[in-house]
Ligand binder design. Sequence first.
Ligand SMILES: [Zn+2]
Length: 321
Amino acid sequence: MSQTPIDVALIADMLDLQKQERLPHAILLVAPFGFALKGNAKAIAKSLLCQQQSANGCGACKPCQAFENQSHGDYRRLAQAEGKASIGVDQVREACDFVAQTSGYGDLKLLIVDGADKITVPAANALLKTLEEPQGNSLILLTAEFSWALPATIRSRCQQRIIKPPARELLEAFLTNSGQGSVSSAVSDYELLRMAAYAEHSRPQFFQLADSILDALITQQIDVSQAYSQLDKTDTLETVNSLLHATESTCARESDAPNTSRLLALLELQQVLGAVLRRLRLGSTPAKEGLIYQICTLIAQVGRGDLAAVAESKRLLGINT
Ligand SMILES: [Zn+2]
C-alpha cells in the first residue's frame, strides 16, 4: 500500500495552534469519502509530539523515534479490535485512563480514536466524560467516516476539521502506487477521490460491487433477485457499509438532478442504511442474509421513487428515522 497524501496546510495550522498554546482538547477529523483519515491523524499526532514541532515529525528527535518504534508513552491509538464490529466500553475506559495519567515526556498526551463512528453507546458515554473534563495538556483526535453517526453530545465537544482532498496528481500517484494502473484524464476529480478511497480500503471489491449493483438496481437494469444473488453475503456488515458509501456518492451525484422523488428516496435510503449499520455494529440486529434481501427490495423502491413503498420497507426493517 502506498503512502496516503497528507494535508500539509492542516498540519501547519495545528502546529501554529500548539505554538500559541491554543490547541483544542478534542478534534474530530473528517474527509470526503473518508479518504486518508488514518494517515492524516497519524501525521498530525507525529507532528505535535515532535520536539522540533516539525511537520510530519523530524524523524530524528527522541519522541519521533519513539513514535516510529511504537513506544511513545504519551501516544495511544484506539480502534475497533480485530474481528470486532465496534469500539467497546472497556477499550475506551482504558484509553481515557491513559489520557488522565501524567505525561512521560512532560508535554502533550495524545489519543487517536480511529473510526469513532464505530463506538458503542456505553463507550461513547465513557468517552464523553473525558471530553467534558479535559485533562491538562491533552488532545483526543477522533476520526469518522460518517460523522453524523457520532452522538451529537460527542460531536459538540469536538472541533471539526475537514481534510482537504489532495491535488489530482497526488491522487493519481496514490492510485498508481496502489496497483490501480494509470488513470484517464477524463475521470473527474470527484471520481478520482472516490477511487482513491476505495483503493485505500482493505477490501475494495466490496465497494466496487456495491457501487455497480446499487446503480443497476436503482436504474432498474436488474431486479431484486439478481441484485441479491450478485451481492457478497459473506460479511453482512461490510456489504451494508459499502452500500451506504455507494448511496452517499449517488446522493451527491444526483443532488442537482431534476428527479426530486428519487433524491428524497435516496436520502431516506442513506438514513436507513446508517441506522441498520449502527444496529449491526451494536449487535442489536442479527447479521442474517434476509436483511440483505430486504435492503435490495428497498433500493429497488428507491429507484422507482416509490416513497410509500420505502416507508413500508422501513417499517418492516423496524427503522423509524
Ligand atoms: Zn521530531
